[in-house]
Write a protein that binds this ligand. Structure first.
Ligand code: GCB
Length: 615
């Protein structure tokens, strides 16, 4: 089922809202709208549905499918309560079912679910008072991977993609008093999913980010983009998109602290374009992450945003932040929760992870390998950490399959449309380590031009593979042509050669563009010591870093680096007993917060700025 059709990625919500998809479920056929994207959903008053949800593990999906695999009319989504004298058995009861916490992956909440891949039903009761002239949406921060939602037995939406937020209109399904919502979430890996069968991270399932109800007036602001112009000094520009408003409706953006703002009329496409002068603006930067309160209004609807204003662009092989060359001193981060493990979602998770980036002397984080939670992006805005945000086009997808392209496009649209006002995000990454084939190149070029037209204010990148001729490493993947900044991954000293091999490695780059080494490193178990030739020890890992840094420093057009990676993370690919125990140990810090020696090697280079050609 196509979820989003808008080509430009700008008005996805409008297109999606008008798209009605018919389902047969419950006792009558009805229509459920595809979910929409709301920019700044977390800035709206919301009724939280976080907390305990009843759960039923359903590996054969028998709550949805009959014995002949037909979609049931009276599946678990009806939340039926058995009555005495019923002429049929009811073989489920959410009232008696064990609970799972939302937000939260199910894997780390129940031992029997650690390796589970399949559907799980989740149910929660809530009370609600419908209001006149109000739309109410079920906001889902993330559901990995495929999810279906019903309110009071009525199907309200279906969504694919485990790392982006979406909103299901439930206005027609809720009533006064007691209501229930049922979700079926299925984390089965599939050939034609994005990502697909092989990844190097745990396939955490569930409602992994916050869930809430959001009310908006009849005509409401679904998306907006407010940013500093790259071309006109002292000008803020952007647009506000309003759904349900007639052409001519006024949309307004105000920045009270700057006593600046503008009002514009919404056109037939639902958009009002903005362009106004500001005086005395303090630009956002990692050193001074100044955020302004920005009030966005249209008709009865208001969103209070917090936005930082900065520009990012390239000039030759430089990356310019606010017009000045910058070197990105960074590290990669998975959305793995520090200390408790499992999927990260909270402010505290984000502050711990980004606090470590700051402690490292960093100004940059590559948020691998999928869009991270809004909490993380807000923290990056607040704390002053530049961000690389990534679409989960990871390793070898079915690039020849148009269905897969549609899924990648949908996730990219959702990522951009939810996150486009974060000053922290400077790079949209299209992909990671994809095989160099013409069909792959075409696939990712399509994504790159889609991202560029949806958001011309940021830089497009991807993490490429490199190849070698003798001791020369070559970066010439044809995909580089479609990118503003070339990312490349290399593991000299870990997957190939010895740490010292870096000393004699030369680099040949086919593009006169800024380069970021988007991964390098090796594994060590925190607390395991030995000499620097002993793999898995902290000394070995530190030695890799000691040889990597001078090699990287010799690459004239290197403009940034993100070591792989900040913190150890769970991966089923890493079974080595006593060392890995199903954690990828390339972290500079263990999942329990223990810093390894390599942390201090990189910290020294970052703090003393002995790495990087642009200061
Ligand atoms: C890579 C991947 C990353 C892996 C890492 C590793 O190249 O991009 O997802 O986790 O290597 O540790 O092997």
């Amino acid at each position: 089922m196509p979820l989003f059709f808008a080509r430009s990625g700008v008005c996805a919500a409008a297109a999606a809202a008008s798209l009605l998809v018919s389902f047969v479920a419950g006792s009558t056929a009805y229509a459920a709208a595809a979910p929409i994207v709301l920019t700044g959903a977390d800035r709206r008053a919301a009724m939280s549905l976080d907390g305990e949800w009843a759960s039923i593990v359903d590996p054969y999906f028998s709550g949805l499918f009959s014995f002949h695999h037909e979609e049931k009319k009276n599946g678990f989504f009806m939340n039926y309560k058995a009555k005495p004298g019923d002429p049929f058995p009811t073989e489920y009861d959410f009232g008696k079912a064990p609970r799972l916490k939302v937000p939260g992956d199910w894997n780390t909440q129940r031992e029997s679910l650690m390796y589970y891949e399949g559907p799980v039903w989740l149910e929660k009761d809530f009370t609600y008072e419908p209001k006149q002239q109000t739309h109410v949406f079920l906001h889902v921060g993330a559901a990995n991977y495929h999810s279906w939602f019903w309110v009071n037995g009525q199907k309200v939406c279906e969504h694919e993609g485990g790392f982006t937020s979406f909103n299901c209109e439930i206005t027609q399904a809720v009533h006064a008093g007691s209501n229930f919502v049922v979700a079926a979430v299925d984390n089965t890996r599939d050939e034609d999913n994005v990502p697909t069968m092989q990844t190097d991270w745990w396939n955490y399932g569930g409602l992994t980010r916050d869930v809430s109800l959001i009310e908006v007036p009849e005509a409401f602001i679904d998306q907006y983009d407010v940013h500093l112009s790259r071309t006109e000094e002292g000008v803020i520009e952007g647009w506000v998109h309003v759904t349900g408003a007639g052409a001519g409706t006024k949309a307004e953006v105000q920045i009270p602290e700057l006593k600046a703002g503008s009002t514009a009329e919404v056109g037939a496409d639902g958009r009002a374009a903005l362009h106004f002068n500001v005086k005395g603006l303090e630009r956002w930067s990692p050193e001074k992450p100044k955020l302004y309160k920005v009030v966005i209004r249209a008709g009865q609807d208001t969103v209070d945003e917090l936005i930082g204003f900065r520009t990012v662009e390239t000039r030759g092989t430089e990356i310019l932040l606010n017009g000045k060359p910058i070197f990105l001193r960074g590290v990669c981060i998975h959305a793995e929760a520090p200390y408790r493990t499992g999927r990260a979602y909270s402010d505290k998770d984000a502050e711990t992870l980004l606090g470590w980036v700051k402690e490292l002397g960093g100004n940059f984080a590559r948020l691998a390998h999928y869009p991270h939670a809004e909490t993380m992006l807000r923290a990056a805005d607040r704390m002053g950490v530049l961000v690389w945000s990534e679409n989960p086009v990871y390793w070898a997808l079915q690039f020849e399959n148009p269905k897969v392209l549609a899924k990648a496009e949908q996730q990219l649209d959702e990522e951009i449309n939810t996150s486009r006002n974060h000053a922290a995000i400077v790079l949209w990454s299209m992909a990671n380590e994809t095989p160099n084939t013409p069909v792959r190149t075409q696939f990712i070029e399509t994504l790159a031009s889609r991202a560029r037209s949806a958001d011309p204010t940021r830089l497009i990148t991807a993490a490429l593979l490199v190849h070698a001729k003798g001791s020369t490493k070559i970066i010439d993947d044809p995909l580089g042509q479609a990118l503003d900044v070339i990312g490349f991954n290399e593991y000299i000293g870990w997957y190939e050669g010895h740490p010292e091999s870096a000393d004699t490695t030369e680099w040949q780059v086919a593009y006169q563009k800024p380069l970021i080494v988007s991964e390098f490193g090796g594994e060590a178990k925190a607390g395991l010591h030995g000499n620097e030739t002993e793999r898995w020890t902290e000394e070995f890992q530190a030695n890799i870093y000691r040889h990597q840094l001078p090699m990287l420093n010799k690459i004239a057009q290197l403009r940034g680096m993100s070591a792989w990676l900040l913190m150890d993370f769970r991966s089923p690919n890493r079974p080595l007993t006593g060392i890995q125990d199903e954690f990828n140990r390339k972290g500079l810090i263990s999942e329990q917060g223990e810093k390894k020696q390599a942390f201090y090697v990189l910290q020294k280079a970052y703090k003393e700025q002995t790495i990087g050609n642009a200061k």
